[in-house]
Write a protein that binds this ligand. Structure first.
Ligand code: NDP
Length: 328
Protein backbone atom coordinates (compact mmCIF):
# COMPACT_ATOMS: atom_id res chain seq x y z
CA UNK A 1 0.00 0.00 0.00
CA UNK A 2 0.86 3.68 -0.19
CA UNK A 3 1.31 5.81 2.92
CA UNK A 4 1.16 9.60 3.24
CA UNK A 5 3.71 10.90 5.77
CA UNK A 6 3.27 14.55 6.79
CA UNK A 7 6.29 16.60 7.85
CA UNK A 8 8.39 14.03 6.00
CA UNK A 9 11.61 16.03 6.31
CA UNK A 10 11.50 16.02 10.13
CA UNK A 11 13.88 14.08 12.35
CA UNK A 12 11.44 11.31 13.26
CA UNK A 13 9.59 11.31 9.95
CA UNK A 14 12.66 10.58 7.81
CA UNK A 15 13.17 7.41 9.85
CA UNK A 16 9.46 6.59 9.51
CA UNK A 17 9.68 6.98 5.71
CA UNK A 18 12.79 4.84 5.52
CA UNK A 19 11.30 2.09 7.68
CA UNK A 20 8.08 2.09 5.64
CA UNK A 21 10.10 1.75 2.42
CA UNK A 22 12.18 -1.06 3.93
CA UNK A 23 8.96 -2.86 4.87
CA UNK A 24 7.72 -2.65 1.30
CA UNK A 25 5.31 0.29 1.48
CA UNK A 26 5.23 3.10 -1.05
CA UNK A 27 5.48 6.55 0.52
CA UNK A 28 4.22 10.00 -0.36
CA UNK A 29 6.15 12.44 1.79
CA UNK A 30 4.51 15.82 2.40
CA UNK A 31 6.85 18.78 2.96
CA UNK A 32 6.37 22.55 2.95
CA UNK A 33 8.43 23.29 -0.17
CA UNK A 34 10.25 21.58 -3.02
CA UNK A 35 13.50 22.77 -1.47
CA UNK A 36 12.72 20.85 1.75
CA UNK A 37 12.04 17.73 -0.30
CA UNK A 38 15.32 17.75 -2.19
CA UNK A 39 17.33 15.81 0.36
CA UNK A 40 14.55 13.24 0.70
CA UNK A 41 14.47 12.60 -3.05
CA UNK A 42 18.22 12.00 -2.97
CA UNK A 43 18.14 9.86 0.16
CA UNK A 44 15.31 7.65 -1.12
CA UNK A 45 16.37 7.55 -4.79
CA UNK A 46 17.29 3.84 -4.42
CA UNK A 47 13.58 3.10 -3.89
CA UNK A 48 12.70 4.57 -7.32
CA UNK A 49 9.05 5.46 -7.80
CA UNK A 50 8.14 3.95 -4.42
CA UNK A 51 8.92 7.38 -2.95
CA UNK A 52 7.23 10.59 -4.09
CA UNK A 53 6.83 14.11 -2.71
CA UNK A 54 3.73 16.20 -2.09
CA UNK A 55 4.10 19.93 -1.42
CA UNK A 56 1.77 21.25 1.28
CA UNK A 57 2.89 24.85 1.92
CA UNK A 58 0.62 25.61 4.89
CA UNK A 59 -0.85 22.80 7.01
CA UNK A 60 -3.19 25.26 8.74
CA UNK A 61 -4.92 26.25 5.50
CA UNK A 62 -8.39 24.75 5.01
CA UNK A 63 -8.18 21.73 2.69
CA UNK A 64 -4.37 21.76 2.79
CA UNK A 65 -4.17 17.95 2.49
CA UNK A 66 -7.16 17.43 0.17
CA UNK A 67 -4.96 16.41 -2.74
CA UNK A 68 -2.23 14.66 -0.76
CA UNK A 69 -4.61 12.11 0.82
CA UNK A 70 -5.98 10.91 -2.51
CA UNK A 71 -4.85 7.43 -3.48
CA UNK A 72 -3.15 6.55 -0.20
CA UNK A 73 -4.10 3.60 2.01
CA UNK A 74 -2.88 5.08 5.26
CA UNK A 75 -1.59 8.30 6.80
CA UNK A 76 1.17 8.99 9.32
CA UNK A 77 0.73 12.53 10.62
CA UNK A 78 3.97 13.71 12.21
CA UNK A 79 4.10 17.40 11.22
CA UNK A 80 3.88 19.63 14.28
CA UNK A 81 6.20 22.26 15.73
CA UNK A 82 8.49 21.09 18.54
CA UNK A 83 10.44 23.96 20.08
CA UNK A 84 10.54 26.04 23.23
CA UNK A 85 10.81 29.46 21.55
CA UNK A 86 7.14 30.44 21.20
CA UNK A 87 6.00 33.69 22.80
CA UNK A 88 2.34 33.48 21.80
CA UNK A 89 1.15 29.90 22.52
CA UNK A 90 -0.84 30.09 19.26
CA UNK A 91 2.45 29.74 17.34
CA UNK A 92 2.43 26.12 18.52
CA UNK A 93 -1.27 25.46 19.03
CA UNK A 94 -2.45 26.58 15.59
CA UNK A 95 -0.26 24.31 13.44
CA UNK A 96 -0.55 21.43 15.92
CA UNK A 97 -4.35 21.47 16.16
CA UNK A 98 -5.30 22.76 12.71
CA UNK A 99 -2.70 20.52 11.07
CA UNK A 100 -4.12 17.46 12.83
CA UNK A 101 -7.80 18.23 12.34
CA UNK A 102 -7.10 19.38 8.79
CA UNK A 103 -5.44 16.15 7.69
CA UNK A 104 -8.27 14.13 9.28
CA UNK A 105 -10.85 16.31 7.55
CA UNK A 106 -9.10 15.80 4.20
CA UNK A 107 -9.02 12.05 4.88
CA UNK A 108 -12.75 12.11 5.66
CA UNK A 109 -13.59 13.92 2.44
CA UNK A 110 -11.08 12.58 -0.07
CA UNK A 111 -9.28 9.64 1.50
CA UNK A 112 -11.53 6.94 0.12
CA UNK A 113 -8.79 4.29 0.25
CA UNK A 114 -7.54 5.26 3.72
CA UNK A 115 -7.85 2.46 6.28
CA UNK A 116 -5.82 3.84 9.16
CA UNK A 117 -4.44 7.17 10.36
CA UNK A 118 -1.53 7.22 12.81
CA UNK A 119 -0.93 10.46 14.67
CA UNK A 120 2.43 11.15 16.32
CA UNK A 121 1.40 12.59 19.65
CA UNK A 122 3.77 12.67 22.60
CA UNK A 123 4.27 11.88 26.26
CA UNK A 124 3.87 15.66 26.47
CA UNK A 125 0.15 14.88 26.16
CA UNK A 126 0.39 12.32 28.98
CA UNK A 127 2.75 13.81 31.54
CA UNK A 128 2.10 15.77 34.70
CA UNK A 129 4.72 17.44 36.81
CA UNK A 130 4.67 16.36 40.43
CA UNK A 131 6.99 16.26 43.41
CA UNK A 132 5.82 12.65 43.98
CA UNK A 133 7.16 9.75 41.91
CA UNK A 134 4.64 8.64 39.28
CA UNK A 135 4.37 5.95 36.64
CA UNK A 136 1.98 7.17 33.95
CA UNK A 137 0.02 5.17 31.39
CA UNK A 138 -2.20 5.71 28.36
CA UNK A 139 -5.02 6.61 30.77
CA UNK A 140 -3.26 9.81 31.80
CA UNK A 141 -3.73 13.17 30.12
CA UNK A 142 -1.74 16.36 30.57
CA UNK A 143 -4.49 18.70 31.70
CA UNK A 144 -1.94 20.49 33.88
CA UNK A 145 -0.15 22.18 30.96
CA UNK A 146 -3.45 23.10 29.31
CA UNK A 147 -4.60 24.77 32.51
CA UNK A 148 -1.33 26.68 32.81
CA UNK A 149 -1.63 28.04 29.27
CA UNK A 150 -5.31 28.90 29.78
CA UNK A 151 -4.45 30.83 32.92
CA UNK A 152 -1.15 32.41 31.96
CA UNK A 153 -1.13 32.68 28.15
CA UNK A 154 2.18 34.08 26.92
CA UNK A 155 3.56 33.98 30.48
CA UNK A 156 3.14 30.19 30.65
CA UNK A 157 6.38 28.19 30.62
CA UNK A 158 7.85 27.20 27.26
CA UNK A 159 7.33 23.55 28.16
CA UNK A 160 3.67 24.07 28.99
CA UNK A 161 3.04 25.77 25.64
CA UNK A 162 4.51 22.87 23.68
CA UNK A 163 2.79 20.25 25.85
CA UNK A 164 -0.54 22.02 25.46
CA UNK A 165 -0.16 21.96 21.69
CA UNK A 166 0.33 18.19 21.77
CA UNK A 167 -2.45 17.56 24.30
CA UNK A 168 -5.04 19.63 22.46
CA UNK A 169 -4.04 18.26 19.05
CA UNK A 170 -4.39 14.68 20.28
CA UNK A 171 -7.70 15.39 21.99
CA UNK A 172 -8.93 16.99 18.77
CA UNK A 173 -7.98 13.85 16.83
CA UNK A 174 -9.93 11.54 19.16
CA UNK A 175 -12.88 13.95 19.15
CA UNK A 176 -12.82 14.00 15.35
CA UNK A 177 -13.10 10.24 14.95
CA UNK A 178 -15.86 10.10 17.58
CA UNK A 179 -17.85 12.81 15.84
CA UNK A 180 -17.40 11.42 12.33
CA UNK A 181 -17.43 7.69 13.12
CA UNK A 182 -20.29 6.98 10.73
CA UNK A 183 -18.68 8.78 7.77
CA UNK A 184 -15.13 7.46 7.85
CA UNK A 185 -13.71 4.20 6.55
CA UNK A 186 -10.59 4.42 8.71
CA UNK A 187 -9.63 4.26 12.36
CA UNK A 188 -7.11 6.17 14.43
CA UNK A 189 -3.99 5.02 16.23
CA UNK A 190 -1.98 7.45 18.35
CA UNK A 191 1.65 7.01 19.41
CA UNK A 192 3.01 8.81 22.48
CA UNK A 193 6.82 8.88 22.66
CA UNK A 194 8.90 10.69 25.30
CA UNK A 195 12.22 12.31 24.25
CA UNK A 196 13.30 10.80 20.93
CA UNK A 197 17.03 10.16 20.56
CA UNK A 198 19.25 8.36 18.08
CA UNK A 199 21.20 8.89 14.87
CA UNK A 200 19.98 11.37 12.28
CA UNK A 201 19.15 10.78 8.66
CA UNK A 202 17.85 14.14 7.57
CA UNK A 203 19.80 16.95 5.96
CA UNK A 204 21.42 19.33 8.42
CA UNK A 205 24.59 21.33 8.05
CA UNK A 206 25.65 21.64 11.69
CA UNK A 207 24.68 20.65 15.25
CA UNK A 208 22.96 24.02 15.71
CA UNK A 209 20.36 22.86 13.18
CA UNK A 210 19.52 19.69 15.12
CA UNK A 211 15.90 19.22 16.13
CA UNK A 212 15.00 19.91 19.76
CA UNK A 213 15.51 16.41 21.21
CA UNK A 214 18.79 15.48 19.53
CA UNK A 215 20.09 18.98 20.22
CA UNK A 216 19.52 18.34 23.93
CA UNK A 217 21.64 15.19 23.67
CA UNK A 218 24.38 16.97 21.72
CA UNK A 219 24.43 19.73 24.34
CA UNK A 220 24.72 17.13 27.11
CA UNK A 221 27.83 15.75 25.41
CA UNK A 222 29.45 19.05 24.47
CA UNK A 223 28.58 21.94 26.77
CA UNK A 224 30.01 22.62 30.24
CA UNK A 225 27.68 21.11 32.87
CA UNK A 226 25.51 19.96 29.96
CA UNK A 227 24.85 16.59 31.55
CA UNK A 228 22.58 17.90 34.32
CA UNK A 229 18.98 16.66 34.40
CA UNK A 230 17.31 13.89 32.47
CA UNK A 231 13.99 12.52 31.28
CA UNK A 232 12.47 9.48 29.57
CA UNK A 233 13.52 8.34 26.11
CA UNK A 234 12.97 6.21 23.03
CA UNK A 235 15.31 5.40 20.13
CA UNK A 236 14.12 7.00 16.90
CA UNK A 237 14.56 3.70 15.04
CA UNK A 238 12.27 1.90 17.49
CA UNK A 239 9.74 4.72 17.22
CA UNK A 240 9.85 4.50 13.42
CA UNK A 241 9.19 0.75 13.63
CA UNK A 242 6.25 1.45 15.95
CA UNK A 243 4.81 3.76 13.28
CA UNK A 244 4.99 0.94 10.74
CA UNK A 245 3.56 -1.68 13.11
CA UNK A 246 0.72 0.70 13.99
CA UNK A 247 -0.32 0.33 10.33
CA UNK A 248 0.30 -3.39 10.09
CA UNK A 249 -1.51 -4.53 13.23
CA UNK A 250 -5.30 -4.42 13.31
CA UNK A 251 -5.28 -4.26 17.12
CA UNK A 252 -3.61 -0.84 17.05
CA UNK A 253 -6.83 0.72 15.74
CA UNK A 254 -8.53 2.98 18.27
CA UNK A 255 -5.55 2.76 20.62
CA UNK A 256 -3.36 5.34 22.28
CA UNK A 257 0.08 3.76 22.78
CA UNK A 258 3.09 4.97 24.77
CA UNK A 259 6.35 4.11 22.97
CA UNK A 260 9.01 4.51 25.66
CA UNK A 261 12.01 2.59 27.00
CA UNK A 262 12.83 4.14 30.34
CA UNK A 263 14.19 7.03 32.35
CA UNK A 264 17.68 8.53 32.07
CA UNK A 265 19.98 11.07 33.58
CA UNK A 266 22.09 12.72 30.85
CA UNK A 267 25.14 11.44 32.70
CA UNK A 268 23.94 7.88 31.95
CA UNK A 269 24.30 8.69 28.24
CA UNK A 270 27.83 9.98 28.73
CA UNK A 271 28.62 6.75 30.60
CA UNK A 272 27.04 4.65 27.82
CA UNK A 273 29.10 6.24 25.03
CA UNK A 274 31.69 3.93 23.46
CA UNK A 275 35.09 3.96 25.18
CA UNK A 276 37.47 6.33 23.45
CA UNK A 277 34.80 8.65 22.05
CA UNK A 278 35.91 12.26 21.86
CA UNK A 279 33.04 13.80 23.86
CA UNK A 280 33.07 14.90 27.50
CA UNK A 281 32.80 12.26 30.20
CA UNK A 282 31.11 14.34 32.92
CA UNK A 283 31.11 12.62 36.32
CA UNK A 284 30.94 8.89 35.53
CA UNK A 285 28.42 7.03 37.66
CA UNK A 286 26.72 10.16 38.99
CA UNK A 287 23.55 9.34 37.03
CA UNK A 288 22.94 6.28 39.20
CA UNK A 289 21.87 8.50 42.09
CA UNK A 290 19.37 10.49 40.05
CA UNK A 291 15.75 10.42 41.22
CA UNK A 292 13.32 9.84 38.35
CA UNK A 293 9.95 11.26 39.37
CA UNK A 294 8.34 10.50 36.04
CA UNK A 295 8.18 7.14 34.31
CA UNK A 296 5.90 5.63 31.67
CA UNK A 297 4.38 2.19 31.32
CA UNK A 298 5.22 0.55 28.00
CA UNK A 299 3.40 -2.79 28.39
CA UNK A 300 0.75 -1.82 25.86
CA UNK A 301 3.38 -1.18 23.16
CA UNK A 302 4.80 -4.64 23.80
CA UNK A 303 1.38 -6.31 23.75
CA UNK A 304 -0.17 -4.49 20.79
CA UNK A 305 2.85 -3.69 18.63
CA UNK A 306 5.30 -6.38 19.77
CA UNK A 307 7.90 -3.76 20.57
CA UNK A 308 11.35 -4.81 21.77
CA UNK A 309 13.41 -1.84 22.80
CA UNK A 310 17.00 -1.00 22.07
CA UNK A 311 19.41 -0.53 24.96
CA UNK A 312 20.99 2.76 25.93
CA UNK A 313 24.41 1.36 24.93
CA UNK A 314 23.13 0.58 21.42
CA UNK A 315 21.61 4.03 20.97
CA UNK A 316 24.61 5.85 22.47
CA UNK A 317 26.98 4.01 20.12
CA UNK A 318 24.90 4.82 17.04
CA UNK A 319 24.64 8.48 18.00
CA UNK A 320 28.30 9.00 18.81
CA UNK A 321 29.39 7.22 15.63
CA UNK A 322 26.96 9.38 13.64
CA UNK A 323 28.33 12.62 15.11
CA UNK A 324 31.94 11.53 14.68
CA UNK A 325 31.31 10.56 11.06
CA UNK A 326 29.96 14.07 10.47
CA UNK A 327 33.10 15.57 12.02
CA UNK A 328 31.14 17.23 14.84
P1 NDP B 1 11.32 18.12 13.66
O1 NDP B 1 11.39 19.53 14.09
O2 NDP B 1 12.55 17.47 13.18
O3 NDP B 1 10.20 17.93 12.55
C1 NDP B 1 8.98 18.58 12.63
C2 NDP B 1 8.27 18.43 11.32
O4 NDP B 1 7.01 19.12 11.42
C3 NDP B 1 9.03 19.05 10.16
O5 NDP B 1 8.74 18.36 8.99
C4 NDP B 1 8.44 20.44 10.11
O6 NDP B 1 8.50 21.05 8.85
C5 NDP B 1 6.99 20.16 10.46
N1 NDP B 1 6.38 21.36 10.99
C6 NDP B 1 6.67 21.99 12.15
N2 NDP B 1 5.95 23.10 12.27
C7 NDP B 1 5.19 23.19 11.16
C8 NDP B 1 4.24 24.14 10.70
N3 NDP B 1 3.92 25.23 11.40
N4 NDP B 1 3.67 23.92 9.50
C9 NDP B 1 4.01 22.82 8.78
N5 NDP B 1 4.89 21.91 9.15
C10 NDP B 1 5.48 22.08 10.35
O7 NDP B 1 10.71 17.37 14.91
P2 NDP B 1 10.55 15.85 15.32
O8 NDP B 1 10.85 14.94 14.21
O9 NDP B 1 11.23 15.69 16.60
O10 NDP B 1 8.97 15.80 15.63
C11 NDP B 1 8.05 15.14 14.82
C12 NDP B 1 6.79 14.87 15.62
O11 NDP B 1 7.11 14.07 16.75
C13 NDP B 1 6.10 16.11 16.17
O12 NDP B 1 4.70 15.88 16.10
C14 NDP B 1 6.55 16.15 17.62
O13 NDP B 1 5.64 16.82 18.45
C15 NDP B 1 6.58 14.65 17.92
N6 NDP B 1 7.43 14.29 19.06
C16 NDP B 1 8.78 14.52 19.05
C17 NDP B 1 9.57 14.15 20.11
C18 NDP B 1 11.05 14.32 20.11
O14 NDP B 1 11.67 14.13 21.17
N7 NDP B 1 11.68 14.66 18.99
C19 NDP B 1 8.96 13.55 21.32
C20 NDP B 1 7.54 13.33 21.22
C21 NDP B 1 6.82 13.69 20.13
P3 NDP B 1 9.64 22.17 8.51
O15 NDP B 1 10.93 21.43 8.45
O16 NDP B 1 9.19 22.71 7.21
O17 NDP B 1 9.59 23.17 9.62
Amino acid sequence: GKVLVSGANGYIAVWVVRTLLEEGFSVRGAVRSAEKGKHLSELFAPYGDKFELAIVPDITAPGAFDEAVQGVDAIEHTASPFHFQADDPAELLEPAIKGTVGILESARKYGKDVKRVVVTSSCAAVMNISTEPQVLSELDWNDQAVKEVEERGRAASAGAKYRTSKTLAERAAWDFVKTHKAEIGWDLSVLNPPLVLGPILHAIASPTALNTSTRMMYDAFTTPDGAAGGGCWIDVRDLALAHVRALQRAAAGGERIIIAVGAFAWQDWLDAAPAGSKYQKGTPGAGKDAVHLLRYKNEKSVRVLGMEYRSMADTAKAVVEDWEARGW
